[in-house]
Design a binder for this molecule. Sequence first.
Ligand code: NAD
Length: 477
Amino acid sequence: MSLNTPITVAYGDGIGPEIMNATLDIIKAAGAKIDIEVIEIGEKVYNKGIAEGIEPGAWSSLLKTKVFLKAPITTPQGGGFKSLNVATRKTLGLYANVRPCVSYSPYIQTKHPVMDVVIMRENEEDLYAGIEYRQTDQVMQGLKLISEPGSEKIIRYAFEYAKANGRKKVTCFMKDNIMKFTDGLFHRVFDRVGAEYPDIEKESWIVDIGAAKLATSPESFDVVVMENLYGDILSDVTAQMTGSVGLAGSANIGDKCAMFEAIHGSAPRRAGQNSANPSGLLLGAVMMLAHINQSGTATRVHNAWLKTLEDGVHTYDIFREGISKQKVGTKEFGEAVVARLGQMPSTLKAVTYHDFEVKTFPHYEYANIKKAKKELVGVDIFLHWTEGTAEELGNKLKNIAIEGMKLSAITNRGVKVWPDGMKETFCVDQWRCRFESTAGKASHQQVISQLEKFTTAGFDFIKIENLYTFDGANGFT
Ligand code: NAD
C-alpha cells in the first residue's frame, strides 16, 4: 500500500498548466509523498454548459482526497455562470482563508521592506451568503449574516495557527461601533477565544483605521483575523504591497477538506509563453505540504525558493535592473529552485513549518447550544409606500395597531422619522414600522393579526422581522 497522501490537482486555464507543472516538479524533487488525481475545472467545463465550472464526477475525487491543489481558472464573462471558488469553499466547508503576505526586500522592490503579515479571512458568512433582494422601486437589500460558530471557527483557527507557527500577536479587525450585533458578536468571540491563549498578544482595531495602519505600518501586524468582506479587500491590498501579485499563495481550510492556490488569476495574455511566476502556486503547495503533515518538505521547498530570490533568479514580474541577476521563464525558475533544494537563504529569514492539526469543536452541535430565554416582544413591518410624509404614515398606522400592540417608531434607512421626525430627513420608498407589545410579550398570532390589518388597509408589506429579547436583552437595534 502506498504511504503517499492522495491529493486532487487541477491545472486550470491560462498560465495555470505552466505554473502547476513547475510547482509539481519542485515539490516532487523535494520528496513530497503525494499521489495525484487530476480533475478538469474552468473554461473547458464552463463551455460544455456546466454552470459551476467543475465536472460533476470531480467532486468524488475531492471528497475522497480532501486536499485540492488548484491552478487559477478563467471565469467566463456574462451571466449564467457560477463562481467555482465560491462553490468549492461552500460545498467543502472551507471556512478559513489564510494568506501570508511577506516582503522580500532588498531582492524584490516594495514600499514596505519589513512586512510579514498573515491575513486570516472568514470564508463562508457575512455578505457573501448571497442573500439579496429587490424590495421596492428604490431599495435593494443584502443580508449580512454572522454566526457565533462561524466566528469561533475562524478566530480559533487564527490563534491555533499563530501558536503552531510561532506568531506573537493576533489582531482582530471589525466595525462594532456601527454594526453592534454582527461585528459586535465577532469581537466578543475574539475576546472570549483569545482569553484561552495567554501567551499570544491580542489587539482589536476598527477596520477603517486598522486598514490605514496596515497599509502604512505593516511591520506592526502579525496575524490579522477578520470577516469575509473586509478580508477579501484587505488580503488583496496586503498581497500587492509585498511587490507582486504573483508572489502570494493561499490556503482555504475546512474541518474535513482544504484547497490551496495562488491568489492571482489565470493571466490569459501570458499563457503559453513560459513567462509567468509560479511562486504564488508554489507557496500554496508549500502550505498544502504542511497541512498534510509533510512540514519537513514544506520547509525545504520554501527555503530553496527564498535562496532563488536572493540569488537574483527572477521571472519578468519581479525582475529589476540592478537588483536581479538573471531573467528566467517559468520552467527555468522551477529548475533553479530544484537546484537549491537543501540550501538556506543567507539574508532573508529562513522558514520552518510545523505540523499542526485543527481541532474540530463538538459544541457546534445543535444539542450543545446554550439556549437563552427568548421572548417575542413586537414586530418590525417593512413597507413599500410612496403616498405621503412620515407624519402621514405614522397617523395612518397608529390607528390600525391591533389590541395589545402599539406603533412605537417608523424609520427610513435606519433614521427615525416618526414620531418627532425632522422634515429635512431624506426618505426613500421603504419604511420600517415598529409595533411593540403593550404587555411586554407578544405572540405569533398577534403578528399575523397585525399583518392582516395592513392588508385590509391596503399597505404593501415587503418583509417582517420579529423583535425578540434573549435573557431579557433586546435582540434588535
Ligand atoms: P490576474 O491575476 O490573472 O492578472 C493580473 C495581472 O497580474 C496581469 O497583468 C497578469 O499578467 C499579472 N500576473 C498574474 N499572475 C501572474 C504570475 N503568476 N506571474 C506574472 N504575472 C502575473 O487577474 P485578471 O487579469 O483580473 O484575471 C484573469 C482571469 O483570472 C479572469 O478570468 C479572472 O476571473 C480569473 N481569476 C481567477 C482566480 C482563481 O482562479 N482563483 C482568481 C482571480 C482571477
